[in-house]
Ligand binder design. Structure first.
Ligand SMILES: Nc1nc2c(ncn2[C@@H]2O[C@H](COP(=O)(O)OP(=O)(O)OP(=O)(O)O)[C@@H](O)[C@H]2O)c(=O)[nH]1
Length: 486
């Protein structure tokens, strides 16, 4: 059973319980039975399911609830808490520190996605301004080094490996030493895949671990292996000090239960999930937002968290902060958001510059590309000069203020005026796109068809990457509901 299906079944069970006229022991038991069935079919270990069921019953205790208590909410909350508890080890994983060398070793079954995930992990930190490096100590699988080399080259990440050395321990030692010398702050060691019966390979993995003394060993598991994950995870845990788990292939027919079981077996936190074969298909895992999404309860804080994963904290786009995101969704476009769009355009390189320029309102011609992309450096006053106006929904500059900004930023007055005209075009275009999408629902709410069309249209306005972070159409719908915009 895929994860979405598991979430859907649990959500339906909760809904049915909520629809009952009176919530009594029978209704609660039926709800719990359905949740149990869904979890077992998703391949969650029986013991885990049994404990969950008992804990929910203990937490609710209908007999002791005085009248006046909202039993539905209490049950819902108890179910939510228990699902979170399943995935939450309450033990934070080791977090590497930027600028200080950390060694992270990846272990896991054959084909679980270690090599792919190593590069995704390196790329994730590289985007945040780290200096990661990859070491291929997988001498077992022919082609493993070539695969890592290819991925690393594509992501412009330094790598180390050997076609001639057959001792993985030796390669790991040399690679780690080399990258320590080069002051890399995140050295990632990929190891060969192994199965719990392969004692020799387990011994080899232990030796690599002993020789490199990693700060963190990450167990990578394929989300589709279901219950088998429990035994495998335990076998790995017994040989090396697994400190975190990454579950891959959550995009496919992943049995959600595997993820839950692996977390329970290693008692190590799940830190990322792989959601596809490509580099960017990799998400930070946070328990509460994940369970909320699973149950169709996405919220704005989840969205913000997920967008914030994209870049370094100190370079976080302002518009991803709750109040600004809210403004954006309501059709208000500020100067600060425009400023950030330009900044990210510059960071994206020529491709991105052209892409964003093509979206500029009223300026579709590609020939304008170069000039416009350079605008923040050449034409626009610096951000600091305009602090007061940056977050105004409709900034109006007096003549003297315009002159002061021009003087302070070393620009021509005409450039400041041109920038404001540019801003107005952006703002008008955004407003007209969002207008009509966000109609206040009439009494009784919108029809489901018009509501669907609305979400469809809004989804077109958001860049695909942002839509993905929101959790697609369903995520957007939940977000709008949560913020009473639908
Ligand atoms: N759909 C999907 N495929 C993935 C994901 N992660 C990895 N893969 C694919 O899974 C396959 C195996 O991935 P590898 O990275 O080679 O696995 P490995 O664990 O290094 O393999 P061994 O070295 O043989 O143990 C490849 O085809 C990857 O593209 C994911 O999150 N989603």
């Amino acid at each position: 059973m895929v994860l979405g299906e598991l979430g859907g079944r649990i959500a339906r069970a909760i809904q049915q319980m909520s629809n009952a006229t009176i919530v009594d022991e029978n209704v609660l038991n039926e709800c719990l039975r359905e949740i149990t069935r869904a979890l077992l079919q998703a391949d969650v270990r029986f013991e885990l399911v049994r404990d969950t069921q008992t804990n929910i019953k203990n937490a609710v205790n209908l007999d002791r609830l005085a009248t006046g208590y909202n039993k539905r909410n209490i049950i819902q909350q108890a179910i939510f808490n228990e699902l979170c508890k399943m995935l939450d080890t309450e033990k934070p994983s080791f977090t590497p520190k930027k600028g200080k060398t950390s060694v992270v070793m990846f272990v896991g079954l054959q084909g679980s996605g270690k090599t792919t995930t190593c590069t995704k992990y390196a790329h994730y930190y590289q985007k945040k301004g780290w200096k990661p490096a990859l070491v291929c100590s997988d001498t077992f699988r022919a082609g493993a080094f070539d695969q890592l080399k290819q991925n690393a080259t594509k992501a412009k990440i330094p790598f180390y490996g050997s076609y001639v050395e057959s001792d993985p321990v030796q390669i790991a030692i040399e690679g780690v030493a080399r990258f320590k010398e080069e002051n890399c702050d995140l050295i990632i060691v990929d190891t060969s895949g192994r199965h719990k019966q392969e004692a020799a390979l387990f011994e080899e993995m232990r030796q690599v671990s002993e020789a490199t003394n990693p700060d963190l060993a990450i167990f990578v598991m394929d989300g589709s292996i279901g219950q088998a994950a429990y035994d495998q995870a335990q076998a790995f845990k017994q040989s090396v000090a697994v400190g975190a788990v990454i579950v891959t292939k959550m995009d496919g027919h992943a049995k959600g239960g595997g993820a839950l079981s692996a977390v329970a077996a290693t008692k190590s936190p799940l830190i990322f999930i792989g959601t596809g074969e490509h580099m960017h298909e990799f998400e930070v895992f946070n328990v509460k937002p994940f369970v909320k999404r699973l149950l169709g309860m996405g919220d704005l804080s989840d969205l913000i968290d997920r967008i914030q994963d994209v870049g370094p904290m100190d370079q976080q786009p302002y518009h991803t902060q709750p109040e600004h995101m809210q403004k954006l969704l309501e059709g208000n476009f500020t100067l600060r958001i425009m400023y950030e769009q330009y900044q990210s355009m510059l960071k994206m390189g020529p491709m991105g510059q052209c892409r964003v320029d093509a979206k500029r309102p009223g300026k579709g011609k590609p020939s304008k590309c170069r000039v416009d992309a350079k605008r923040p450096e050449k034409g626009n006053p610096s951000k600091d000069e305009m602090l007061h106006e940056l977050d105004d929904i409709d900034p109006k500059l007096t003549e003297s203020r315009t002159m002061r900004i021009a003087r302070g930023s070393g620009r021509q007055v005409a450039e400041v005026i041109e920038m404001l005209d540019e801003y107005k075009r952006w703002a008008n275009s955004w407003r007209s796109k969002m207008k009509g999408f966000l109609k206040i629902p009439k009494k009784g709410g919108m029809s489901s068809l018009s509501s669907y069309m609305n979400i469809q249209n809004i989804s077109k306005v958001f860049p695909p990457q942002m839509m993905k972070q929101i959790g697609g159409m369903i995520g957007l719908q939940n977000l709008m509901k949560q913020n009473r915009l639908q």
